[in-house]
Design a protein around this ligand. Structure first.
Ligand code: 5GP
Ligand code: ZN
Length: 114
């Protein structure tokens, strides 16, 4: 669906609830995570509602648009080293079911993640 009236990230995209938006283009919006896990921690989301990255991947244009948004934010900030994470499913911690890339940067990060 294009938008879910009950979705908090759809409301942020629409400007109906506040967020610290740091990047916007035709397909994607990035805003600061309210519980940051790194000096830079933003959520990059498609403007339209997809529940998770697997749902997004059914629409290749939308998927490409979100990746372009990740690139666009990184270029804007001059970031060359950053991590992107898509949680898919409550079992691995997805809590908002509008797909989002966590983009984290600005501190050392081990691998594999905890
Ligand atoms: P998930 O656990 O679904 O992968 O990530 C959801 C993220 O959204 C969490 O890191 C959480 O801190 C963030 N978050 C939840 N509600 C809000 C909100 O209303 N505004 C913003 N900016 N971030 C939120
Ligand atoms: Zn949504």
């Amino acid at each position: 669906m294009a938008s879910d009236p009950d979705c908090i990230f759809c409301k942020i995209v629409a400007g109906d609830i506040p967020a610290t938006k740091v990047y916007e283009d035709a397909h994607a919006v990035a805003f600061a995570d309210t519980n940051p896990q790194a000096p830079t921690h933003v959520l990059v989301v498609p403007r339209e509602h997809y529940t998770d990255v697997a749902d997004l991947a059914r629409d290749p244009d939308a998927a490409a648009g979100l990746l372009a948004g990740i690139r666009g934010f990184a270029a804007q900030e001059g970031l060359t080293d950053f991590r992107t994470v898509f949680n898919t499913g409550a079992g691995v911690g997805q809590s908002v079911f509008h797909t989002h890339a966590h983009l984290l940067a600005g501190r050392p990060m081990g691998w594999p993640p905890g």
